[in-house]
Design a protein around this ligand. Structure first.
Ligand code: XMP
Length: 494
């Protein structure tokens, strides 16, 4: 019944995830027996197959921390200066707590005029300079400040000069235990070396964390710190960037090109492999077997697949080049698997079904932009648009992002004219990745169970042996497969 992937994907059509549907297999294990652990690249293991895309509206410190805490990984974008990118990596790696809180600073001579100055934080930190970069002198608690009648008083007159703090090397369980045993409202975590505040954990955070679904182990390196990846381009100046990123402790490097089968990329892979032999290098983006073979010859440790499949992409429209993402993932992974190179299915993920499809068609992980961009952990603040809370999400090839500096990926070195290959938009508020990613993984496990695959390895075995059966959906079948025929409804998954 149905077709094998080999037969379906060799008929001259470019299919994307929505075009295809799997036929169910045989279930002989419970959903929770499904193991989603996987590899990002040859030497990097993850407990969930999720990667945050190197985009400036997706992956900075908070996202990198959140993804690593969940057992996935974030790839820090490079649409910034070298020192900004390296300090994002450093900040993410200096955390042991699955989230980072907003920290507010003031100097001893300041006054606090309104409760708004506290933001969502229960306190303001006082440092000599009034910025994060110096030893903390004390804290002003919102509750103390609210009780004051003289709101013009200088901070130094009413701050608590010896607040309880904990070392930033403490993990979440240690901090949680301490807060609970001492019945504290919050505790700042400070850097042992110079006394700078690194993070803040509140009693409300503990309640929130305890109510979240639990996943597998966090992604930690051999140094016990969160795994963090970073992206660079293929220009000579990217070599200097890389040197700083390696010093900051990156665990994986993504070489970022929209068409990765190029002399520029091959030269960069050679340079990285020679200069930093212990760093895993992920090449791409590619969509064909021919492109894959060229990069595999250079000994890449991972391949990133997708061209024009991203939600904000216009590459296929502008350049007439690309491939439907289901076909691209299947074709590239069929070569990559023979060489033990894990494939990242990049772009086009908008629901858990797309993740099941990407992984079952041969990918080891999915890289996501829009799926994560509406989360608390994505950079930027929420805005109100037509009554909806949204965050900005933009293509790295959009004019707006290129004006800020990401043109290397989308332009040749000598190009003078900027042609956009992406758009700027916004995505709805989704809350924290710490909450919606575990629910999404549970849905992915159910998909795997329906297929009769208890792990990614088992799904890949079903695929290659021809036991995974699938079909193309007609337009009407796709309509039928979605919600239809209702006057109005609310889509809510958990
Ligand atoms: P999703 O669908 O997850 O896609 O939002 C994210 C991926 O899209 C790619 N990307 C772009 N592609 N023009 C493009 O053609 C762009 O401006 C652009 N920005 C990002 C990238 O691979 C990302 O991971």
């Amino acid at each position: 019944d149905g077709f094998s992937a080999e037969k379906l994907f060799n008929q001259g059509y470019s299919y994307t995830y929505d075009d295809v549907i799997f036929l169910p297999g045989f279930i002989d294990f419970p959903t929770d027996a499904v193991n989603l652990s996987t590899k990002l690249s040859r030497n990097i293991s993850l407990s969930i197959p999720c990667v945050a895309s190197p985009m400036d509206t997706v992956t900075e410190t908070s996202m990198a921390i959140g993804m690593a805490a969940l057992g996935g990984i974030g790839i820090v974008h490079y649409n910034n200066t070298i020192s900004q990118q390296a300090s994002i990596v450093r900040a993410a790696k200096s955390h042991q707590i699955p989230f980072s809180s907003d920290l507010i600073f003031a100097s001893p001579s300041d006054s606090i005029h309104s409760a708004d100055e506290f933001g969502n934080s229960p306190c303001i930190f006082v440092t000599e300079s009034g910025t994060k970069e110096s030893k903390v002198l004390g804290v002003v608690c919102k509750s103390t400040w609210k009780g004051l009648s003289d709101k013009e008083a200088r901070i130094s007159d009413y701050m608590n000069a010896s607040p309880v703090t904990l070392p930033s090397s403490y993990n979440f369980e240690d901090v949680a235990g301490y807060i609970a045993s001492k019945k504290l409202d919050f505790v700042p975590l400070v850097n042992d070396k110079d006394g700078e505040v690194v993070n803040l954990v509140t009693a409300t955070d503990l309640e929130r964390m305890n109510s979240l679904p639990k996943l597998g182990l966090p992604s930690l390196g051999t140094d016990g710190k969160f795994l963090v990846g970073a992206a660079i381009g293929t220009r000579d100046s990217d070599k200097e960037r890389l040197e700083h990123l390696v010093k900051a402790g990156i665990n994986a490097l993504v070489i970022d090109s929209s068409q990765g089968n190029s002399e520029y990329q091959i030269n960069m892979i050679k340079y990285v492999k020679h200069t930093y032999p212990h760093l895993d290098v992920i090449g791409g983006n590619i969509v064909t077997k021919y492109q894959a073979e060229n990069l595999i010859k250079q000994d890449v440790d991972g391949l990133r697949v997708g061209m024009g499949s991203g939600s904000i992409c216009t590459t296929q429209e502008v350049c007439a080049v690309g491939r439907g993402q289901a076909t691209a993932v299947y074709k590239v992974s069929s070569i990559a698997e023979q060489h033990g190179v894990p494939v990242i299915a990049d772009g086009g993920i908008s629901n858990s079904g797309h993740i099941v499809k990407a992984l079952s068609l041969g990918a080891s992980t999915v890289m996501m932009g829009s799926f994560l961009a509406g989360s608390n952990e994505a950079p930027g603040t929420y805005e109100n648009k037509n009554g909806l809370r949204v965050k900005k999400y933009r293509g790295m090839g959009s004019l707006e992002a290129m004006t800020k500096g990401s043109d290397a990926r989308y332009l040749g070195d000598t190009a003078k004219l900027k042609i956009a290959q992406g758009v700027v938009g916004s995505v709805a508020d989704k809350g924290s990745v710490l909450k919606f990613v575990p629910y999404t993984m549970q849905a992915v496990k159910q998909g795997f169970q329906d297929l009769g695959a208890s792990s990614l390895q088992s799904a890949h075995h079903l695929l290659r042996s021809g036991s995974l059966r699938l079909e193309v959906r007609t337009g009407a079948a796709q309509v039928e497969g979605g919600v239809h025929g209702l006057v109005g409804y609310e889509k809510k998954y958990f």
